[in-house]
Design a protein around this ligand. Structure first.
Ligand code: ISE
Length: 334
């Protein structure tokens, strides 16, 4: 039984506690922490677990074998480094961090230990649709991938969401999953301003935005990012290869025939859209920690996504591609 501590008791943290306690084999959650102590206490009471006073205390506890971080993005680096101090396995929700320097610090700390201890929560890699797309691309049966068209549409976002977060917290999923699908690295990127949607709270963030990326092999990618699309949580991805195209399937949905109309409902949030992916992701993570060899998305992958988001965000307003230049890849991640 792997004993897990969860830092961050917001929507994602609570969903992970539910999953780790109810669905995922060979593990249990022993405690949680949140910067709002009363929130941590409420969740702890619900599950009969310990509410730690702080994330640091949770990480240091002898009762905690491995740590899950689902707190706000700006705290990720700190808690990862803290977990690395104790050489504990740590699963951190994406993004690894908001800054390149933070990512490099995590990479330096992990390579110093000389063992992969960090996994980043890029759950889309565990989605059956994306996994099948990767299998087809890697098989080479459709030839080389040339172009990717992707759309990441949210119904709504929190009050504190910003234009930059649409890239660093939302489109970061596409940055990871497309790089993984294509097995290619980005060389440059930019974001374009688009006619603004009346569904957006315009004063808060730009919506939509259009991201363009180039890869080392010359593939081109466009990602439409919407934070307030006015209809559903909708994730689309099409990879155009030399001999055919591959499309991400929509999630399972029943067909309703009524009122002279045939319809299929769409989902409203990511926790439902990727529920199976999260389950597979955590099942594999727990097993890999027990086996003492993690294989999921690494700090390096978190860094690659972050450096891409950084270049894209810096390009805003310039109408130019900004270079994406990574440091040399440490052996640990090869
Ligand atoms: C959120 O943090 C996620 O990870 C979701 O998958 C994404 O769709 C959303 O935009 C993010 O805020």
């Amino acid at each position: 039984m792997l004993r897990i501590g969860v830092i961050g008791c917001g929507g994602m943290g609570r969903d992970h506690i539910r999953r780790l306690m109810g669905t995922i084999p060979n593990c249990t959650v022993v405690g949680c922490a949140d910067y709002l102590m009363e929130v941590a206490q409420k969740v702890a009471d619900q599950y009969g677990i310990i509410a730690f006073q702080t994330g640091e205390e949770l990480i240091a506890s002898k009762d905690v074998d491995a740590v899950v971080i689902a707190s706000i993005d700006s705290t990720h680096k700190h808690y990862i480094l803290e977990a690395l101090k104790y050489e504990k396995y740590v699963f951190c929700e994406k993004p690894l961090s908001e800054t390149i320097e933070d990512c490099e610090e995590v990479i330096a700390a992990e390579t110093k230990i000389g063992k992969r201890l960090v996994q980043i929560g890029f759950m889309r890699r565990y989605d059956r649709g994306y996994a099948e797309m990767k299998r087809i691309i890697s098989s080479g049966e459709l030839g080389a991938p040339l172009i990717v068209h992707a759309a990441h549409r949210n119904v709504t976002q929190n009050d504190d969401y910003t234009t930059e977060m649409a890239i660093a917290n939302t489109a970061v999923h596409e940055f990871d999953v497309i790089r993984w699908l294509l097995e290619d690295e980005y060389t440059s990127g930019q974001v374009l301003k688009v006619r603004q949607s009346s569904c957006s709270p315009i004063t808060r963030f730009e919506n939509p935005q259009l991201v363009l990326l180039e890869t080392a092999s010359g593939a081109r990618i466009d990602v439409e990012v919407q934070l307030a699309d006015g209809y559903a949580y909708d994730i689309q991805c099409q990879v155009v290869c030399e001999k055919g195209t591959i499309n991400l399937p929509d999630p399972y949905a029943v067909t309703i025939r009524s009122n002279a109309t045939r319809s299929t409902p769409l989902l409203k949030n990511w926790t439902n859209r990727f529920i199976e992916a999260y389950d597979i992701e955590f099942t594999q993570w727990v097993q890999s920690v027990i086996d003492d060899k993690i294989t999921g998305p690494s700090s390096w992958d978190g860094y690659a996504a972050c450096i891409t988001a950084d270049a894209v965000n810096r390009s805003r307003g310039s109408n130019q591609f900004f270079p994406i230049e990574m440091i040399a890849k440490p052996d640990l991640y090869k």
